[in-house]
Design a protein around this ligand. Structure first.
Ligand code: GLU
Length: 476
């Protein structure tokens, strides 16, 4: 299949083209593939809210791409440029993402056309609650059929407002906390959800480095992230956690950071915590930070030499205009859709390896799945077994010591700690990311028709969705 490198296509077309490329490697009947490819339904709503005494009308969407598993799952985005096409593309990506990492959900996504920066906190609360109410009325938010989560422009605060609105409109739903994920822990959220997407990106990269063939294919060396040079585009939630874990736990070197008001560059490494603290006190920008070289046009930093380029903010940052100049060996897609289809085709010619969004940023929805299970079971993970595990470990330590052997204190401390909720969440996330990459790599190397990880990942996802629909009985 030829790739349209000469023109850009829309985000939705781009997702569909990736789908078609994967379909070309599978033996699935055309009728069902057409059904899987398209969004099942999309709800568009306009609603009024009184802001400073005046009525303002807002427009929003919630799309369900697939419902072979329920609930359908995916974030709600608040952004000044969101549109139906984008919401549909993101809903489709959610289906593929969930299927790929064996999270038993369908795919959905929501968007509200708004610039959150222009509104006060109380105004945002009224708007969010009203939007949630509209979606609840049409069952586009429900603990059993459609469960939103944070995305660009939304976070724990918005999720808390949504769950509270839902609870007041569905007082009989004993599982009301499960109507949305990404909530504050004090409102039924789970430990580790805020960092989940970023930590998932790091778990994915670590697994990549455990596969020598894949590392070699990317013209990289070694079996770890230590000293690898990294460029991060976007220091929001995903970018921040990815970068700080890479720096603190893996000793990778972050040499450039791109933000909306410019970029920072230091080939010797930039201190992420320091920049992040600076950003908080500087309206979210990096301009004025003096401990690294500042670039007014941050985008030029995408083209600097590095091992791993991590776009972690918006769509289409790597496109026809800059793809040929990218020097990174690996592009790790922490954001959704950061590389356009045309750019991917140009990068392929250069041999740049892309670890695709559909896999790499699945950590968010994976931990959302854990949160949803926690909400349905009405109990925190580890509550029943933690102290029991600890007492069992103490018994083992005692037994060893009775044989006359003395264990080092450090080991005793480690051994005698039962797993906390955070430990279990991280362990489940690690396992999910490892297993999915193993499957992708296996498919990539074993099928001659597959020439990149995106196609391998999409093929695996489509197969799983197909099996879901087939066993459900839609396809005899
Ligand atoms: N918005 C995130 C994503 O794009 C998380 C979705 C979720 O947790 O449902 O994957």
């Amino acid at each position: 299949m030829s790739l349209p490198a000469d023109k850009e296509v829309s985000f939705r077309e781009s997702v569909n083209l990736s789908f078609d490329m994967a379909m070309g490697t599978l033996d699935i009947p055309e009728g069902i593939s057409k059904y899987i490819r398209n969004v099942n339904n999309v709800y568009q709503v306009r609603f009024p809210v009184k802001i400073k005494g005046e009525i303002e009308t807002f427009i929003g969407w919630r799309a369900v791409h697939s419902d072979h598993r329920l609930p359908a799952k995916g974030g709600i985005r608040f952004a000044p440029n969101v549109n139906q096409d984008e919401v549909e593309a993101l809903a489709a990506l959610m289906s593929y993402k969930c299927a790929l990492v064996d999270v038993p959900f369908g795919g959905s996504k929501g968007g509200l056309l708004i610039d959150p920066k222009k509104y006060e906190r109380d105004e945002m609360e009224s708007i969010t609650r009203r939007f949630a109410y509209e979606l609840i009325q049409k069952d586009y938010i429900s603990s059993s059929t459609n469960v939103p989560a944070p995305d660009m422009g939304t976070g724990q605060r918005e999720m808390a407002w949504i769950v509270s609105t839902y609870a007041s409109h569905r007082p009989g739903d004993i599982n009301h906390l499960a109507c949305v994920t990404g909530k504050p822990v004090s409102m039924g959220g789970i430990q580790g959800r805020v960092e989940a997407t970023g930590r998932g990106v790091v778990f994915g990269l670590r697994e990549f480095f455990r596969h020598p063939e894949d590392v070699k294919n990317a013209k990289l060396e070694g079996n770890s992230l230590e000293d690898k040079t990294v460029i991060i585009q976007g220091l929001g939630n995903v970018g921040y956690y990815t970068a700080s874990i890479l720096q603190d736990e893996d000793r990778a070197k972050i040499i450039a950071i791109l933000e909306w008001d410019g970029g920072l560059y230091d080939p010797n490494g930039i201190d992420i915590q320091d920049v992040y603290q600076y950003k908080i006190g500087n309206k979210g920008g990096v301009k004025g930070y003096t401990k690294a070289q500042y670039f007014e046009d941050g985008k030029v930093l995408l083209e600097k030499e590095c091992d791993i380029l991590i776009p972690a903010a918006m769509e289409a940052v790597i496109n026809r205009t800059n793809a040929a100049n990218i020097q990174a060996k690996v592009i790790a897609e922490a954001a959704n859709g950061p590389v356009t289809f045309a750019a991917e085709s140009l990068l392929k010619e250069k041999g740049t390896v892309i670890i695709p969004d559909v896999y790499l940023n699945a950590g968010g929805v994976t931990v959302s799945y854990f949160e949803w299970i926690k909400n349905l079971s009405h109990i925190r993970f580890g509550r029943m077994q933690r102290r029991y595990e600890e007492s069992q470990s103490e018994l083992i330590i005692k037994a060893i010591e009775q044989t006359g052997n003395k264990l080092p204190q450090e080991l005793i401390e480690k051994l005698s700690q039962g797993a906390s909720e955070l430990d279990l969440v991280r362990s489940g996330l690690d396992d999910t990311m490892r297993k999915a990459f193993q499957e992708i790599s296996e498919r990539f190397w074993s099928n001659d028709k597959i020439t990149n990880y995106r196609t391998a990942a999409m093929a695996l996802a489509i197969e799983k969705i197909y099996t879901g629909y087939r066993t459900m009985g839609i396809y005899p």
